[in-house]
Write a protein that binds this ligand. Structure first.
Ligand code: P6P
Length: 344
């Protein structure tokens, strides 16, 4: 253990917690280290995005039909390069790539892990200097050896061995879990290290912040409309009306709610009838962190991490945050289902 007040770097912390995995031989530790290295490189470019001609669309569009901005492409390339160089990952599923990326070199071919990632979430905010983030999720491969396969990625979120995010904001933080709690590290640019700043993060059980794009209100289900009205009612004893905070960057909204308490909702909309957010590299990793921090993550009816994936870019609805707030929103959904059953 470190002396009180001593700086604990991400690398020191990862090694110190390696004993959480009795059979670990260091591969997962090295994989997390590789992600930390790429995060520092991406952070450097994010911080100067306003200064160099790295803004603007790269011209292509990704599988989501979203314009790829150069920083999206740069971040994707950096994380892929770091994972390839580290040799601990045999394949990657990235938001920016239609198909899985097989890492088929001598070292990585038989590596134990696969990584799902959204290399730069919220990238539409790059040009307006709003916080953006990277989200990652790590699984043990299910294929026995050789090149990674799609089946290695189509595992339930409950099978994740680690998950985390980097938020490039007023400071840059890396927050992750390996199933033994959630810990946050803040990048100290003077030494180029992520340092333990938020040990054993626990989210408030309740909150008074709700995050949703109310611009879609007319297309929301009756249950979501009822829940929004509930948030807006005056009930001063119970902290209502709640505050609406919606940054348009999932990692930033999630991180604030994790610390202050709150709920983030992305329900079905006209444009995204199955929900907008991706199960593998947005919802599952944040659900793992939420649950490890004492919060909750569902699709409105089912635990996110219990959903069986069928496609690497699958979208789901997401209700994530303080347990009491998620459960309240679920009550409105349940009540609507009951009303629906009565009317049938
Ligand atoms: P909308 C960014 O594209 C993202 O995936 C999340 O980071 C964010 O919360 C959401 O979509 C914003 O979507 O439809 O409200 O603009």
């Amino acid at each position: 253990m470190s002396l009180p007040g001593a700086v604990v770097t991400l690398g020191q912390f990862i090694i110190s917690r390696q004993s959480d995995y009795p059979y670990a031989k260091g591969e997962l530790s090295r994989l997390l280290r590789d992600i930390g290295i790429a995060a520092k490189i991406v952070n450097r470019e994010v911080n100067k995005a306003g200064l160099v001609d790295i803004l603007g669309a790269a011209g292509d569009t990704n599988i989501q039909g979203e314009e790829q901005k150069k920083l999206d492409v740069f971040a994707n390339e950096q994380f892929i390069a770091a994972l390839k160089a580290g040799g601990e990952c045999c394949a990657i599923a990235s938001e920016e790539n239609d198909d899985i990326i097989i890492i088929d070199n001598e070292i990585s071919r038989n590596a134990k892990y696969v990584v799902c990632m959204d290399p730069l979430d919220g990238s539409s905010n790059i040009d307006v200097n709003v916080s953006i983030g990277t989200i990652f999720s790590i699984y043990r491969r299910v294929s026995l050896s050789g090149p990674g396969t799609v089946e290695d990625f189509l595992q339930k979120g409950t099978e994740q061995v680690a998950a985390g995010y980097i938020i490039y904001g007023s400071s840059t933080m890396l927050v992750y879990t390996t199933g033994f709690g959630v810990n946050g590290f803040t990048l100290d640019p003077s030494i180029g290290e992520f340092c333990l700043s938020h040990p054993d993060m626990q989210a408030p059980l309740d909150g008074n912040i709700y995050s949703i794009n109310q611009g879609n209100f007319v297309h929301f289900t009756p249950a979501v409309k009822e829940y929004i009205k509930y948030c807006q009612e005056e009930d001063l004893e119970n902290g209502r009306p709640y505050s609406l905070r919606y940054i348009g960057s999932l990692v930033a909204d999630f991180h604030r709610n994790l610390i202050k308490g709150g709920i983030y909702i992305y329900p079905p909309t006209l444009k995204s009838p199955k929900g907008k957010l991706r199960l593998l590299y947005e919802c599952n990793p944040l659900a793992f962190i939420a649950e490890q921090a004492g919060s909750k993550a569902t699709n409105g009816m089912q635990r996110i991490m219990e959903i069986q994936p069928t496609d690497i870019h699958q979208r789901v609805s997401l209700y994530i945050g303080s347990t009491k707030m998620v459960e309240k929103a679920e009550q409105f959904i349940e009540a609507t289902k009951l009303d629906l059953n009565k009317s049938i």
